[in-house]
Design a protein around this ligand. Structure first.
Ligand code: IFM
Length: 447
């Protein structure tokens, strides 16, 4: 007996810009990440996604890796600009052809495709029209989504509309650390709202095709007060509203947490009642991207939240500096169940970057990642035993890849990629994950 139900979706996840390379091949239009990574000073070591893992040319080899792992499902994302080089208007059959080949290849090997429509790579042509700040952006997204649904909906097992809207709104438009690099408190809440409208428009369109397997993927992390001091408790609440409840309350209740108006002050808009009704659209599942928790202390000087996160000791962290805290996964899943009425959940991302050594005799030793996966899967099993409606788990990620502003310096993959020749080598965690899948999770729960 295992804690994981029959038919559980064991998978791995990737995204287009992080692995494909050849961003302008076969008539594709450039994305905001192409522009951002080519602007000096944005990415560690000046890395770009120009080559990435060259997945664009190594499709068959990479599908073989998925087969080797034995995954039941594979979460990939579509580069919008390959389909619509200008973002809207004329479609590019060669770009579409790439994803058709990929999806056919997966289906032939018995792997369910889970497709994310938007994993951060907005066509540059749309950014030139204001990007996600433009109130037309949900319509642009709906046009793109409809093309994808018409081309692939009969073969795709599940769709994720948007990956991590919080990251897009905050890192991309408030803090400027991600593309398009804006630092604008006025833009961030509007971007968040337009992303939710875009999600809702895609869900509506998908429903007209009579389909029921569409959701959104959110980055969630418990916010724990650093002490019992009321100021710290309130700071943790503010951060919880900002990171966790911003999108969830909108999707389930059609309203934003009151704290957001305080946090953004005059920059927070008066959203129309109609649009709040529209964004109340949780879809068929919530995708949870879980990596860590935060320990939060009040700090009136730090704007706009009046809160800081304590730095955990180095030995408790991954290479990203994120605390390893598997208990936070069961906590997050249980909280979703209690607050939002037990929605269907896929863990759409979970994984860790460690300083993996180069391969020896063809294999990379990564005991820390094995430990990380084991602990997080035990936490997922615990949530299942408490009645959470968890349907699948996707490791982030298949291959060491372009980790956004960190470039290629952070290795999250189950397969080690040699940057000199892009050859892939299994890490020990790939073999471990294969055993987990083969035993439907029992290998993760054994001592
Ligand atoms: O690599 C990213 C991914 O694109 C989105 N979620 C978090 C991952 C690790 O930072």
């Amino acid at each position: 007996m295992t804690a994981f139900p029959e038919g559980f979706w064991w998978g791995v996840a990737t995204s287009a810009y992080q692995i494909e390379g050849s961003p302008l091949a076969d008539g594709a239009g450039p994305s905001i990440w192409h522009r951002f990574s080519h602007t000096p000073g944005h990415i560690a070591q000046g890395d770009t996604g120009d080559l990435a893992c060259d997945h664009y040319h190594r499709l068959t080899e990479d599908i073989d890796l998925l087969v080797e792992l034995g995954v039941k499902a594979y979460r990939l994302s579509i580069a919008w600009g390959r389909i619509l080089p200008e973002g809207i208007g004329a479609t590019n059959p060669r770009g579409l052809g790439f994803y058709q080949r990929l999806i056919e290849g997966l289906l032939k090997r018995g792997i369910k495709p889970v497709v994310t429509l938007y994993h951060w790579d907005l066509p540059e042509a749309l950014q030139d029209r204001g990007g996600w700040v433009n109130p037309d952006s949900p319509l642009w997204f709906a046009e793109y989504a409809e093309i994808m649904f018409r081309a692939l909906a009969d073969r795709v097992a599940a769709w994720v509309t948007i990956n991590e809207p919080w990251v897009i709104a905050v890192l991309g438009h408030l803090e400027g650390r991600h593309a398009p690099g804006q630092r604008d408190a006025w833009a961030a809440p509007r971007v968040g709202h337009h992303l939710l409208l875009a999600h809702a428009a895609a869900v509506d369109l998908y429903r007209t095709l009579g389909q029921q397997s569409i959701g959104i993927a959110l980055n969630l992390e418990p916010q724990h007060a650093a002490s019992a001091d009321p100021a710290d408790l309130q700071a943790a609440q503010r951060r919880d509203a900002f990171i966790n409840r911003w999108f969830l309350d909108a999707l389930f209740f059609g309203r934003y947490p009151a704290e957001l108006a305080q946090i953004f002050g005059a920059a927070w808009p008066e959203f129309s009642a109609d649009s709040l009704v529209q964004i109340r659209c949780p879809g068929d599942f919530i995708g949870v991207n879980y990596y860590t928790r935060a320990r939060v202390a009040a700090d009136p000087g730090s704007r706009p939240l009046g809160a800081v996160c304590l730095k955990p000791p180095r030995h408790q962290c991954t290479e990203m500096g994120w605390e390893i805290y598997p208990e936070g996964l069961s906590e997050t899943l249980g909280w979703l169940k209690d607050r939002y009425g037990n929605p269907c959940i896929l863990i759409t991302e979970n994984g860790a970057a460690f300083a993996d050594p180069p391969p020896q005799a063809g294999v990379v030793a990564d005991p820390q990642r094995i430990h990380y996966l084991k602990k997080h899967l035990s936490a997922a099993a615990q949530a299942l035993s408490q009645g959470v409606d968890l349907r699948g788990y996707f490791v982030w990620t298949l291959l060491d890849n372009f980790e956004w502003t960190e470039g290629y310096s952070k290795r999250f993959g189950l397969y080690w990629v040699d940057r000199a020749n892009l050859q892939r080598y299994p890490k020990a965690s790939a073999r471990f994950y294969r055993a987990i899948i083969a035993t439907n999770g029992a290998a993760a729960l054994a001592d």
